[in-house]
Unconditional design. Structure first.
Length: 193
């Protein structure tokens, strides 16, 4: 089951702005809850690895079962970040069609996204090189989407290309293309216990 509660609580737990809200956080360095202001004790190696795993899961908005399958699939090639970045909801977010990953997930599940001229409503669909991802005409008329497209015109990642309301996957994402605040190595070690 996906978490649908307060996003600030998750960001405060991890000590990092997970959802790109920017300056709206005033207490990011204080953990959530009644005992948060007292701080935390010494963190074990297991605790560090668990926090890294939770950060990655929460950034991409996926369940434990899905995340475990991504880790299992990536253990041979050490390409967990690539698999997570290739998810359709993430590609929609990276192309600048939505202001956040949850909003991108909603665009996909509400059938506003076309992949190779076919409507696709599966957020976990793994995009391939050469896939063309576009917004349908109804999706292009959403005011929030229009605002986001105008604002993100120049900030598209290197492995994607966008013209108006249509984007293309030019190549697979490399680790250097992704600047997310989690350690892939710690996550692999967590699951290889």
């Amino acid at each position: 089951m996906r978490y649908t509660g307060p996003k600030d609580r998750l960001s405060r737990r991890e000590g990092v702005d997970l959802f790109g809200k920017g300056t709206s956080f005033r207490r990011l360095n204080v953990p959530p809850g009644v005992h948060g202001p007292k701080g935390t004790g010494k963190v074990s190696e297991f605790g560090k690895q668990l926090r890294e795993k939770q950060k990655a899961k929460r950034i991409y908005g996926i369940s434990e079962k899905q995340f475990r399958s991504y880790v299992t699939a990536s253990q041979k090639a050490k390409n967990l970040t690539e698999l997570l970045e290739r998810r359709l909801d993430n590609v929609v977010f990276r192309l600048g069609f939505a202001p956040s990953r949850p909003a991108a997930r909603q665009l996909v599940s509400h059938m506003h996204i076309l992949v190779n001229d076919k409507i696709l409503n599966i957020p976990s669909y793994r995009t391939k090189v050469g896939d063309i991802v576009a917004l349908d005409t109804k999706g292009q008329k959403i005011p929030e989407v229009q605002k986001t497209i105008e604002k993100t015109q120049d900030s598209i990642v290197a492995w994607l290309e966008r013209k108006a309301a249509q984007g293309k996957v030019n190549r697979l994402p490399a680790k250097t293309d992704v600047q997310e605040p989690f350690s892939e190595q710690e996550i692999i070690e967590f699951y290889s216990r």
